[in-house]
Design a protein around this ligand. Structure first.
Ligand code: FES
Length: 65
């Protein structure tokens, strides 16, 4: 599913960039995908994806991280 229409970034592409480096700002995720933020309408969703990734990582049992 396309999340960023301006850059044709899909949820899969964004998740891969977030998994590679979850400690980044939403704008940095665009840069990791080789593009830059344009209209900014997707930033809320990208921020939620970052938060969800970190939350799921924190929920893992000890020793699995
Ligand atoms: S929808 Fe992502 S920058 Fe416009």
């Amino acid at each position: 599913m396309y999340i960023c229409i301006c850059n044709a970034l899909t949820d899969r592409r964004l998740k891969d960039a977030i998994a590679a480096n979850p400690n980044q700002r939403p704008e940095d995720v665009h840069a990791a995908c080789g593009c830059r933020t344009k209209c900014g309408k997707c930033l809320t969703v990208v921020k939620e994806m970052l938060q969800n990734h970190c939350a799921s990582f924190e929920a893992l049992p000890q020793g699995v991280k």
